[in-house]
Design a protein around this ligand. Structure first.
Ligand code: CDP
Length: 244
């Protein structure tokens, strides 16, 4: 630990966080649908300093064939960090963390996607983390949802994701990288706002039952903010935003 981290103020006396946000504020979020010409669907998200690109292929034949399911389509997710996405060059080979996050995102998307309409096929979700700054799994999940919708895959709802957490004994929305490293808890949440269903909930840290409830409530409110921006990205692409 360097001296900078040791002296960093996570929450000042006015309730302002280390990056200038209030406790219930997300970082700046921009989402764009349909950014790649060769993929069946795509999306790009900037979530604070996170920059993430998602490309979708499918539904298409499954290779190897024995991996296919005669009753339903399957979802395959690859979350991949570019070597330049973090300050210390990341080895391009898949790490345990990337394999875990791929699985978590897949399981968070599955309840939303109507895979039963496409038996024997696979839908592939390729996630490229171009720049990481804490909260990549949530930002990637939100972008993947938009990219699946952009690919025209029938969905029950979009999955919107945002983390909440505990920093300086206070429950805050959208934990950034510094808060994740020096804070007390981080709770990534994926939520389908229309169906009112949580599809991802992880917790790193220790919370009291009251803090746990508050964290879920704050995180779900964050997901609702993300949801509006996801819908806007799709309406901008399909109904025009006047600028293209
Ligand atoms: O990104 P997310 O919060 O979903 O996952 P995490 O495992 O809690 O990682 C938190 C952050 O640590 C990432 O967003 C990156 O900014 C950073 N990280 C890193 O610097 N080097 C890695 N090899 C992996 C993560």
């Amino acid at each position: 630990m360097g001296g900078r981290e040791a002296t960093m103020v996570l929450l000042d006396e006015n309730g302002i966080r280390c990056d200038g946000r209030k406790v219930d504020e997300t970082r700046k979020i921009t989402i764009k649908a349909g950014v790649l010409k060769n993929a069946d669907g795509s999306a790009y998200i900037e979530f604070g300093d996170n920059k993430i690109l998602v490309g979708i292929f499918g539904p298409r034949d499954v290779h190897p064939k024995h991996m296919s399911d005669t009753d339903t389509g399957i979802l395959r997710v690859r979350y991949h960090m570019e070597p330049f996405s973090v300050t210390e060059r990341k080895n391009p080979a898949p790490s345990r963390r990337e394999i875990e996050i791929s699985k978590v995102i897949k399981e968070a998307l599955e309840p939303a996607v109507m895979l039963e309409k496409f038996p024997r096929t696979a839908v592939d979700v390729f996630i490229e983390i171009l720049q990481a700054d804490g909260g990549t799994r949530c930002a990637a999940l939100s972008a993947a949802s938009v990219a699946l919708a952009d690919a025209g895959i029938p969905m029950r709802d979009l999955v919107a994701a945002c983390a909440s957490g505990k920093v300086a004994d206070t429950i805050v929305l959208d934990v950034n990288n510094e808060e994740d490293q020096a804070g007390q808890a981080d709770m990534p949440i994926g939520y389908m706002p229309n169906l009112k269903k949580i599809t991802l909930l992880q917790l790193d840290g220790i919370l009291t039952p009251e803090e746990y409830k508050k964290c879920v409530e704050v995180g779900v409110n964050g997901c609702k903010i993300v949801y509006e921006l996801q819908k806007k990205a799709l309406t901008d692409k399909y109904f025009g935003n006047g600028s293209d």
